[in-house]
Write a protein that binds this ligand. Structure first.
Ligand code: GLN
Length: 538
């Protein structure tokens, strides 16, 4: 039974400084030194989870094994640490208020006025301590979303202040991530935004122990001294976080800056074990020294936003490293594709991934793309909606089911080859009601899927409402499509493939969510390999 210590990571000056990556890097270093660590993210918005937000608002929605729809930073945590997260690792203001209001209705605070302090802050604290109570972890890292100074972050900072007082300073550590901008005209790095941001925290009663300074230029010893002096931290606790090419370099940069050692010293934990990062370094070396390159199209409707397909692009990085090749992901807006321009737009690619998604926009572009890939022997990988589009394309163009469609896009279609799942038919509420999380899938022996996975029973994560309509199963099978993955409990088709093609596979689940540095996902690894073979043909 371990007694957990708590690290809080706050952010100042601006958003997008990479708090999630810093938190994940620190956890990686602690793990590499033999400490068990996990990360949780507290987000100050009122949605109960990010599942109801458009990817343009919030980037990708990451799904855990236990079916929680969460912030994409949890994806970084899993990719770095190679341990699964759960519902408990992501909490929002919406969830906190929902619990407090439910408690109030149940009469748990009977007689009292229910207020932000103490009721909301107590609920925040309860959840901050929850993972530590399992006795599994030495260090729990809690990332606070938002920026210090935001109105909505106030109860979280107050909860941290109270916890430091309750747990004592030896068991807690506050890391504040700030920006040290470079003013080109003055030729200088500026520390004032950092000073103001720390002052903002101090006014709320929280003195940070460590400052991680995001910067485009190296911090001089004078700058470090100045930041330390004016922000009231030790000089060795001013950590430089300089821009790097790849997020996977950050743990090594933080190791060099001793973020882990300073944190451990603050928590009165020993840093005697040297971190074992051999596997990580090997991954990074291969990632940055590719021997070949492949061009893979990513056809989707949210491609303008980098974060919308975060796990997919990271899974390509993992697979690229294994194959020692640079995966150049070419983003293609599916709305811009039509039968007339398909050849020009995708004819030269070594493979195409058709992305997950919702709704009608850009759907015909995806279907036209798949037809072209199928007929021209170009590797195809469809995820969720991408797999559903492959079923629609095959229905229309091979089976002659005119205008076959998914009921999601055309509720009146004569050939509903993709239909609403039975269990979804009575559901009215949108939040948290999809088929979510890990489910089993049995794989047909001898299939492409079984070669890819090297086993015949898998578990993958899901996030969908529609499925292959089994009324059409015989028709598809007879004409050559192989339904190679089936859920053993309800016969839902999980994987489809075409045998007489170099690589044509569609999956109803989201393999990208399980790809990590230590365990690159086999579907991505083999898809990149197929693209590599294709590139050599030319
Ligand atoms: N919109 C489709 C469904 O709900 C696919 C979802 C997805 O791609 N994640 O079934």
């Amino acid at each position: 039974m371990k007694k957990a210590k708590y690290v809080f990571v706050t952010g100042g000056v601006t958003s997008s400084l990479g708090k999630g990556i810093i938190a994940a890097s620190l956890a990686k270093l602690l793990q590499a030194r033999g400490y068990s660590s996990t990360i949780q993210k507290f987000d100050p918005y009122i949605n109960v989870d990010p599942g109801t937000m458009n990817p343009y608002e919030h980037g990708e929605c990451y799904v855990t094994n236990d079916g929680a729809e969460t912030d994409l930073d949890l994806g970084h945590y899993e990719r770095f640490l190679n341990i699964p997260t759960s519902q408990a690792n992501n909490v929002t203001t919406g969830r906190i208020y929902q619990t407090v209001i439910d408690n109030e209705r149940e009469g748990k605070y009977l007689g009292k006025t229910v207020q932000v302090i103490p009721h909301i802050t107590d609920e925040i604290k309860r959840r901050m301590l929850l993972l530590g109570e399992s006795g599994e972890y030495d260090v729990i890292i809690t990332e606070l979303g938002g920026t210090v100074g935001d109105i909505e972050s106030l109860p979280y900072v107050e909860a941290v202040r109270q916890l430091r007082w309750e747990l004592g300073t030896d068991d807690t550590c506050v890391i504040h991530l700030t920006l040290v901008p470079y003013l080109k005209a003055a030729g200088e790095l500026k520390t004032k935004p950092t000073q103001h941001s720390v002052k903002g925290l101090q006014e709320l009663g929280v003195q940070p122990d460590i400052l991680v300074c995001r910067t485009e230029h190296k911090l001089t010893p004078e700058i470090r001294k100045k930041v330390a002096l004016f922000c009231n931290v030790n000089r060795n606790a001013v950590i430089e976080s300089i821009d790097v090419e790849s997020i996977y370099e950050v743990p090594l940069v933080m190791l060099k800056e001793k973020l882990d050692k300073v944190t451990l010293a603050k928590l009165r934990l020993s840093a005697k074990n040297e971190p074992d990062l051999d596997k990580w370094k090997d991954f990074l070396f291969k990632l940055s020294h590719p021997k070949a390159e492949v061009n893979i199209g990513l056809v989707g409707k949210y491609v303008e936003l980098q974060d919308a397909y975060k796990s997919i692009s990271e899974a390509f990085n993992h697979a690229g490293s294994v194959n020692e090749c640079n995966v150049n992901v070419v983003s293609i807006q599916s709305e811009s594709l039509s039968e007339e321009n398909i050849e020009d737009r995708i004819g030269q690619l070594d493979g195409v991934l058709v992305a997950p998604g919702f709704g009608d926009r850009g759907i015909e572009g995806k279907i036209d793309t798949i037809k072209y890939l199928r007929e021209n022997n170009i590797p195809f990988f469809g995820i969720c909606l991408g797999m559903q589009c492959a079923v629609i394309e095959y229905g229309r163009n091979v089976l002659g089911l005119k205008n076959a469609h998914s009921v999601e896009m055309n509720p009146k279609t004569k050939f509903p080859v993709i239909d609403l799942m039975e269990g979804q038919k009575k559901i009215k509420n949108k939040g948290g009601t999809m088929r979510l999380g890990a489910y089993a899938c049995d794989i047909e022996k001898g299939s492409l899927a079984s070669k890819v996975y090297g086993k015949n029973a898998i578990q993958e994560r899901h996030r969908h409402r529609y499925e292959f309509n089994n009324d059409y199963l015989d028709q598809y099978k007879k004409s050559g499509m192989v339904m190679s993955g089936i859920n053993p409990d309800n016969n839902l088709v999980e994987i489809i493939e075409l045998p007489n093609h170099p690589f044509f596979i569609g999956v109803q689940f989201h393999p990208e969510l399980k790809s990590t540095v230590d365990n690159p996902h086999p579907l991505f690894v083999k898809f990149v390999r197929a693209a590599l073979d294709k590139s050599k043909e030319a």
